[in-house]
Design a protein around this ligand. Structure first.
Ligand SMILES: Cc1cc2nc3c(=O)[nH]c(=O)nc-3n(C[C@H](O)[C@H](O)[C@H](O)COP(=O)(O)OP(=O)(O)OC[C@H]3O[C@@H](n4cnc5c(N)ncnc54)[C@H](O)[C@@H]3O)c2cc1C
Length: 257
């Protein structure tokens, strides 16, 4: 059940060009937050619709989000300062199913899909797994959260242009590691998720993907974030899931790529 909490901004850090981390005092939301879920934030009076942002980390009653400035909503959010109060709805969506990870899961994030993988990897480690991360970014300036991931397990960073870490895409590295892992969880651009799903499927490795679609209400009442899913046995026609309510995390085998 989604709840509304007024959250005080505790800290604001610029972590890259157009990239910001906000830590919020959010005791009620932190108490129920699950890895892979998101919150829905009112971004000023001029922006009617709330903006969905993934939960990156939870530490006691503090929640951290990391976001990229895209338009008016995230621009407004980036201008918040410690002491400001945000109107937040959460925690929303179905997150990653941690019971399906096994003892050697791999967490893959691409660009601004990296933040939700942090809390997920943290939870896997707390559950006794030996997690590994593969993080991909456009270039050196876009690299975020590297040290936080390294604190949790082996972490590989790659950049598209080779300006930092290993040159190339996360999928190149995943191809090398897939035979050693028990499951994969991923968040990032759809072409990246599609490629990861194909590699995982070919290797028989369970794969969960966090899908990002443009979103309206965030609670399943409108149809803005519909995502086509494969038909179940006996079903006919077309099957859609709401990314906000049925996702954002889906089993990769359910998604029509
Ligand atoms: C489940 C989920 C989790 C997300 N987590 C993060 C995160 O952790 N960090 C981050 O930087 N971004 C995240 N995003 C994307 C983020 O929500 C958009 O970048 C943001 O809503 C853009 O709003 P804007 O007003 O700045 O831009 P505009 O383009 O002006 O937004 C206009 C409208 O489009 C919607 N919209 C635009 N782009 C997106 C998008 N990619 N996804 C969904 N709605 C969109 C907005 O909600 C708004 O209603 C997430 C999206 C989803 C669906």
């Amino acid at each position: 059940m989604a709840m509304q909490e007024l959250c005080r901004v505790e800290s604001r850090v610029q972590v890259g060009p157009g990239l910001f981390a906000l830590t919020l005092a959010a005791p009620a939301l932190c108490a129920v937050a699950q890895p892979g879920q998101f919150i829905h934030i009112t971004c000023g009076e001029g922006n009617l619709l709330r903006r969905p942002i993934s939960i990156c980390d939870v530490d006691g009653d503090r929640m951290t989000i990391v976001f990229q400035v895209k338009g008016a909503g995230t621009e407004w959010l980036s201008e918040c300062r410690p002491g400001d109060v945000l109107d937040v709805l959460g925690t929303l969506g179905h997150g990653f199913d941690l019971s399906k990870l096994g003892d050697r899961p791999v967490f893959i994030g691409g660009g601004i899909g990296v933040p939700p993988m942090l809390l997920t990897m943290k939870a896997a480690r707390a559950a006794g797994a030996q997690p590994e991360a593969i993080l991909g970014f456009r270039n050196k300036d876009a690299v975020i959260l590297e040290d936080c991931f390294r604190a949790l397990g082996e972490t590989h960073v790659c950049t598209d242009d080779g300006s930092y870490g290993r040159p190339g895409f996360v999928t190149d590295l995943f191809q090398v590691h897939v035979s050693d892992c028990t499951a994969v969880c991923a968040c990032g651009p759809k072409p990246m998720l599609r490629a990861i799903a194909q590699i995982a499927e070919a290797a028989g490795v369970p794969c969960q993907v966090s899908m990002e679609e443009r979103m309206g209400c965030g609670i399943g009442a409108c149809l803005v974030c519909a995502c086509e899913l494969k038909l179940r046995e006996g079903e006919t026609g077309v099957r859609y899931g709401h990314v906000c309510k049925d996702g954002p995390v889906f089993d990769s085998k359910e998604v029509v790529w």
